[in-house]
Design a protein around this ligand. Structure first.
Ligand code: BTN
Length: 315
C-alpha cells in the first residue's frame, strides 16, 4: 500500500492529492492515509501537507530505493525484483547467496554503502554513500569460458547509461573498467557459479562513482566531471534497461554486435600496454577485441597475443 500511494503521488506529479482522493482510491480511512503518509515520510520522502489542498510529494529520499527505481521501469526481466539495502558487506555476496537460494533471473541487489566492497583480483572497492553499488543475477544458457563477454556487455551498458543520463562519453578500459578522461569512474566485477560446461548463475556487480568523493589522482565521479549532482535513480534505471537490451542481444545473436560496439568505445585499443597473465608479462600495442572478448595485442616481434584475463597497464 505504501508503494501504491507513493506511485499515485508520482503519477499526479506536481499536483496536490486530497486526503479524500486517497481514501476513495484505496478504500481506506483518513487515519490509515495519515499512517501511510507518515511511513513514507520516515523512509525519507518529503510530503508537504497544505490545508484544503491536501498532500504533495516534494522530494525523494537521498537513498536509492527499490520503489523509486522500479516506478514505470520498462524492463521485462532485469530489475523486476529489486532489493535495496542501506548497508551490506558486498552486494555481489548478497546477490550470490540469493542466487544460491533460487532468486529469479534479473534480481537486482542495491546498497547505499558497502563495508567489504570487492574489486577484481582480490582488490577492495571503496563504497561510500553517493555511489551506485549494485549486482544483478543472470541465469544464462552459456558456457563458463564465455564469462568475459558478460563483463564486456555490462561495461557497454554502463557507458551508454552514463551518456544517456549525463551526456558524458565514457570508454572501456578492457576488460572491466569504465574511464572518463583517463580516470576510473566505474568497475565491473563478474562472478559465477558453474559446472565444467554450464553456468548455473552469474552475478554482475557494478560500482559507479556518482556523487561520492573519490581519489582524484586515479578516479573521477560523475558529479566531479559535470559539476552537477547526478540523479542516481535515472542512471540506475537507464543502466537496468541497457543491461536487459544487451543481454537479449547476447542471448539471441551472440557477441558479434556487442563486440563492434565495444571496439568503438575502447580506451585500450591503439595504446601500448603491458599485461600480466598467468605469471607471464606481455608487452605490445592493443589492436583488437577478438570474437570471444579477448584483448589482442601485437608484440614487438609482430606476433599477435590473445589476452583472456589479467591486469592491463598502459605503458
Ligand atoms: C573493479 O574495478 O575491480 C570492480 C569493482 C566492482 C565493484 C562493485 S560495487 C557492487 C558490487 N559489489 C561488490 O562487492 N563489488 C561490485
Amino acid at each position: 500500500m505504501d508503494t501504491e500511494i507513493l506511485y499515485l503521488f508520482k503519477d499526479v506529479g506536481d499536483k496536490y492529492l486530497s486526503g479524500e482522493d486517497i481514501c476513495k482510491k484505496f478504500n481506506i480511512s483518513r487515519s490509515a492515509v495519515w499512517k501511510h503518509i507518515e511511513k513514507l515520510r520516515k523512509t525519507g520522502y518529503n510530503i508537504s501537507a497544505v490545508p484544503h489542498l491536501g498532500y504533495k510529494l516534494v522530494g525523494l529520499p537521498d537513498n536509492l530505493l527499490a520503489d523509486d527505481i522500479k516506478y514505470k521501469l520498462k524492463t521485462k526481466i532485469i530489475g523486476k525484483n529489486i532489493v535495496s539495502f542501506l548497508h551490506v558487506e558486498s552486494t555481489n555476496d548478497t546477490a550470490y547467496s540469493m542466487a544460491e537460494k533460487n532468486a529469479k533471473e534479473g534480481t537486482v541487489v542495491i546498497a547505499q554503502k558497502q563495508s567489504k566492497g570487492k574489486g577484481r583480483l582480490g582488490r577492495k572497492w571503496l563504497s561510500d554513500k553517493g555511489g551506485i553499488y549494485l549486482s544483478c543475477i543472470l541465469r544464462p544458457d552459456k558456457r563458463p569460458d564465455q564469462v568475459q563477454e558478460f563483463t564486456l556487455f555490462t561495461a557497454l551498458s554502463v557507458v551508454d547509461a552514463i551518456k544517456q543520463t549525463t551526456g558524458v562519453q565514457a570508454d572501456i578500459k578492457w576488460p572491466n573498467d569504465i574511464f572518463i578522461d583517463g580516470k576510473k569512474v566505474c568497475g565491473v566485477l563478474t562472478e559465477m557459479k558453474a559446472q565444467p560446461d554450464k553456468i548455473d548463475f552469474i552475478v554482475v556487480g557494478i560500482g559507479i562513482n556518482v556523487n561520492n568523493d573519490v581519489h582524484l589522482d586515479t578516479s573521477v565521479s560523475l558529479k566531479g566531471k559535470t559539476g552537477k549532482k547526478i540523479c542516481a535513480i535515472d542512471l540506475t534505471r537507464n543502466l537496468l534497461c541497457n543491461i536487459e537490451r544487451e543481454y537479449e542481444i547476447f542471448t539471441k545473436k551472440g557477441f558479434k554486435d556487442i563486440r563492434e560496439k565495444i571496439k568503438k568505445v575502447s580506451y585500450t585499443i591503439g595504446k601500448h600496454v603491458q599485461v600480466d597473465m598467468y605469471g607471464k608479462t606481455y608487452k605490445g600495442k592493443a589492436v583488437d577485441i577478438d570474437p570471444q572478448g579477448a584483448l589482442v595485442i601485437k608484440m614487438k616481434n609482430g606476433k599477435r597475443q590473445k589476452v583472456i584475463s589479467g591486469d592491463v597497464h598502459l605503458s
